[in-house]
Design a protein around this ligand. Structure first.
Ligand SMILES: Cc1cc2nc3c(=O)[nH]c(=O)nc-3n(C[C@H](O)[C@H](O)[C@H](O)COP(=O)(O)OP(=O)(O)OC[C@H]3O[C@@H](n4cnc5c(N)ncnc54)[C@H](O)[C@@H]3O)c2cc1C
Length: 424
């Protein structure tokens, strides 16, 4: 009895790890030449960049034990927001202090007058109900157009969970009068390896698991139970778990019915354009990470890899990475050279560095960033995952479960193979 796993990100590795713990042989097939998926990194000269901001946090004692085997820093999640030339502490609704008095009054009045609880039919309704029209429109609705690439009216609320802070009137008033506000971020401690980038955390998990890289699955036959890889090689399976994105997985399954294919084709995710910059001097920014609201500025979020760990940059140097979100609904319409030029102009505008201090510059794209919870997505996802269950494929991970999962939740998702394998 053997488990075959598609995708060598944390979900796939966790699946193989948990199978191994049950005494079941497991093989992971990964398309790229390195395992790690979104938790991997790349080098630009001597600068190391993760694929977008990544910190580790976990409640699961087993995952915590694994993470803590790696020497790490513990960061306090002190994020900032940049809007119209001002830096506001995060979350903005609790930290209106830097705004001019008249704007604060308008925001607070609208918070007090926010509509009573009524049926919420989309994310826009939810935002107005939580924060009032003025705060909702100025901050999260603007950010939504950048980060989710569609207006808030087109999104459901199924993904919110603890991600957005809902302040009391006292908290809003307090944060409008002083900048000495408490940190209300939903995570209290964020871990990051001292050396080697985020992927180092996964090394104890991957251990000596059988992870075969350079194996891109292109076809699955659920009746004869084989996976075919680019080049024609086949692997026959007893049990199959897949962390591949559902819109790519379904078309590769022999005999997948048209309604399932249609539902999968209508699932969509944002992509992330990463501009990675290295500087020839230390600490170009004091901000570990910050959100950018101005719609004329392409990035939604910016963070500093060298503040996560100095090991991410050569001695006396520093780095930042800008995340630009786009999608099939809002394609990226600039060339790589234009995007890097835009990033350099922002670095100057934010007062971080001069152009001649930039010694490394890179642009690349993550095709799958965040799965989008547009209206009707849950039903389309149900059709697809129901079909996978009917043919004995276990979907795992962020793009297999098609959910807004953090890495710790993908670890838990991979653990679901325990149910699949129970009794084998
Ligand atoms: C911008 C951004 C910021 C984030 N920040 C955080 C954070 O701070 N903390 C946190 O915990 N989480 C964060 N996350 C979430 C985290 O990155 C993911 O939850 C997690 O890495 C997903 O793991 P996975 O194994 O499900 O998917 P992936 O990491 O995407 O792994 C899937 C693997 O499948 C492989 N694959 C694809 N197609 C094929 C094929 N045909 N054949 C074989 N292999 C294939 C891919 O190459 C990939 O390696 C962030 C995510 C994003 C996008």
């Amino acid at each position: 009895m053997e488990l075959t796993v598609l995708g060598g990100g944390i979900a796939g590795i966790s699946a193989a790890y948990h199978a191994r713990k049950m005494g079941v042989k497991a093989t992971v097939y990964e398309a790229r030449e390195r395992w790690g998926g979104l938790l991997d990194h790349f080098m630009v000269g001597d600068f190391r960049f993760d694929y977008a901001v990544h910190f580790a946090f976990a409640d699961d004692p087993e995952l915590l034990r694994i993470l803590k085997q790696t020497e790490h820093f513990v960061h306090s999640p002190e994020a900032y927001n940049y809007e119209r030339g001002r830096w506001l502490k995060h979350p903005v609704q609790n930290n209106l202090y830097p705004l001019p008095a008249g704007e604060k009054v308008a925001a607070i009045k609208s918070f007090i007058e926010r509509p009573e609880q009524k049926e919420v039919s989309n994310y826009c309704d939810w935002l107005i109900q939580q924060y009032g029209q003025v705060i909702a429109e100025r901050f999260p609705m603007t950010y939504t157009r950048k980060y989710w690439t569609v207006p808030a009216e087109q999104l459901s609320t199924d993904w919110i969970g603890c991600r957005l802070y809902r302040p009391s009137l006292d908290e809003v008033l307090f944060g409008a009068m002083t900048d000495e506000t408490p940190n209300t971020y939903y995570i209290k401690e964020m871990l990051y390896p001292r050396k080697g980038g985020f992927r180092t955390f996964l090394e104890p998990l991957a251990g000596d698991l059988d992870i075969r890289t350079g194996k891109e699955a292109v076809r699955i036959n659920p009746e004869k139970k084989f996976v075919e890889f680019a080049g024609g090689e086949r692997a026959y399976y007893d049990h199959l778990a897949s962390s591949l994105p559902l819109p790519e997985l379904i078309p590769m399954i022999d005999g997948s019915p048209p309604p399932v294919k249609n539902a999968a084709a209508m699932l969509w995710a944002t992509s992330v354009g990463l501009v990675s910059l290295g500087f020839n001097r230390p600490a170009v920014t004091p901000y570990l990470w910050f959100y950018v609201y101005d719609e004329g500025m392409l990035p939604s979020r910016v963070y500093s890899p060298s503040l996560k760990s100095p090991d991410n940059a050569p001695g006396n140097c520093s780095s930042i990475q800008l995340e630009i979100y786009f999608s099939r609904k809002a394609p990226l319409q600039k060339s790589e050279a234009e995007i890097i030029e835009h990033a350099l102009s922002l670095v100057e505008r934010w007062g971080f560095a001069a152009r001649d201090e930039v010694v490394a510059a890179d642009f690349r794209v993550l095709p799958y960033g965040n799965v989008v919870f547009d209206l009707g997505m849950l039903e389309r996802r149900r059709v697809v995952t129901g079909y996978l269950k009917s043919i004995g494929i276990l979907p795992i991970g962020r793009f297999g479960e098609w959910d807004y999962l953090w890495s710790n939740q993908c670890f838990a998702s991979g653990k679901k193979v325990e149910v699949l394998l129970a009794g084998t």
